[in-house]
Every structure is written in structure tokens, then in C-alpha cells.
Design a protein around this ligand. Structure first.
Ligand code: NI
Length: 226
């Protein structure tokens, strides 16, 4: 499932992030790439543990915590601390699959990457190219979002970022270990939750809502890994 979440960050938060990131010292993005991805990755990143990474990462995590759509779609168990990247001057990231298990530099704690996230920080009219292309069973999806919006997609998918030929594309990227490992099961729960929310809106107090909520929680109880 590929899902867009609008307005994860407010306009003020986007401006604050861009101001800090414009002044930051970027390093070669190959530092966090696995062996295969290194060969096709050409962008810049802020180092893990850099004060700006930590400060803005906390802002992103706080924003995720207030997003019911993120909670419903990702069913997060652990969120890898958000990182930041910059593509400019033809920078791109060729086709790859994200590394399955990542260890935090700070604690060594390991996270399985189930869901990948890109939170766009640059308005799309300020750069050319830089589309995120995600392949799934239904074909190729091209994603280029308004600043402050985010896309979630399965970490199992092949994906790439096309060359940025004008301007610079800055975004936050990170991974989520979900309580629900497979994309198919997660999608079922998301669809069910969405239908329950819709029913509650259109038919408040409908007893069918209670039954369906019971089914949702009992499936989650059966499938969730903690
Ligand atoms: Ni990737």
C-alpha cells in the first residue's frame, strides 16, 4: 500500500526545517547505504546524530504522533530516527530495495524496516525532477508532494529517485518497524479501520460499528508483533 499523508508538518515547521537545513553541512549519502544501494546512490545527507538531525527529527516524530492517519496506516512499533537528504545538480538514487535491518548508531538497537517514509520539505515548483518512483504489484507510482506532505510505501518495494536537474530537493526519510510485518495484512487492517471511521461519521452510534471495532482489535491481537 502506498499512502500520502497531507500536512504532517505545518507551514511554520517546514520553514523552520528548511532554514536549519539550508545552513547545515551535508555529507555524501553513501554512508548509510548498503552495498548494492551505494553503487546507485548519489545525494547528500545530514549525518546521524548531527544536532540538526536530532532537533528536526524530534519535530518530525512529534508530528507523526499527532497524525491518526499515520498510526492507522503504519501501526508503528518502532520508528527509526528521521534522517534528512538533499538532491541537487543531477543527484539521484537508482533502483534499490531498502536494507531490511538497520541498527541505530547511538544504541545499536535494531529495527526491521517494514514501511519506508519520505516527508517532502521543498515546494515542488522549486526543483525539476526528483520524483520518487515506487514499483508495486499494480505498476509504477510517481510521487512528488507538496512541502510538509509525506508518503508511506512498503520497504519491500523497488524504488528510485529521478535526477534533480534544477534547484534542490530536501526531504526527511526514515523507516518504521510495524506491529504488522506484511504489507497485505497491514493494508487489510487499514481498510477495515478506514471503513469503521467512515461508518462512525455517517451513522453515529450504529451497533455494527462496535462489532467491526471488535473484529479490528481481535485481528490486531492475533497478528501484532511486539
Ligand atoms: Ni530507499
Amino acid at each position: 500500500m502506498l499512502i500520502t499523508i497531507a500536512d504532517v508538518l505545518t507551514a511554520e515547521e517546514v520553514t523552520q526545517a528548511c532554514t536549519i537545513l539550508d545552513a547545515a553541512e551535508w555529507v555524501d549519502g553513501k554512508v548509510t547505504a548498503g552495498y548494492q544501494a551505494q553503487a546507485v546512490k548519489e545525494n547528500l545527507q545530514l549525518p546521524e546524530g548531527h544536532p540538526a538531525t536530532v532537533k528536526l527529527g524530534e519535530m518530525v516524530l512529534a508530528a507523526l504522533a499527532r497524525s491518526p492517519l499515520f498510526m492507522s496506516a503504519a501501526l508503528p512499533l518502532k520508528v527509526f530516527p528521521p534522517m534528512f537528504n538533499r538532491y541537487t545538480g543531477g543527484g539521484h538514487f537508482g533502483t534499490h530495495v531498502d536494507t531490511a535491518i538497520r541498527a541505530l548508531a547511538s544504541s545499536g538497537q535494531r529495527i526491521r524496516t517494514d514501511v519506508s517514509a519520505t516527508l517532502f520539505l521543498t515546494p515542488p515548483d522549486q526543483y525539476e525532477g526528483g520524483e520518487l518512483l515506487v514499483e508495486d504489484v499494480y505498476g509504477l507510482h510517481s510521487v512528488k508532494l507538496t512541502a510538509g506532505h509525506m508518503v508511506l510505501y512498503p520497504s519491500t518495494s523497488l524504488h528510485r529517485v529521478t535526477p534533480v536537474t534544477r534547484g534542490a530537493r530536501v526531504s526527511s526519510f526514515f523507516w518504521i518497524q510495524s506491529m504488522i510485518r506484511t504489507d497485505g495484512d497491514r493494508t487489510l487492517l487499514y481498510d477495515l479501520d478506514t471503513a469503521i471511521q467512515q461508518l462512525a461519521k455517517e451513522s453515529p452510534g450504529n451497533p455494527i460499528g462496535v462489532q467491526l471495532t471488535g473484529v479490528y482489535h481481535n485481528l490486531l491481537r492475533r497478528w501484532a508483533e511486539m
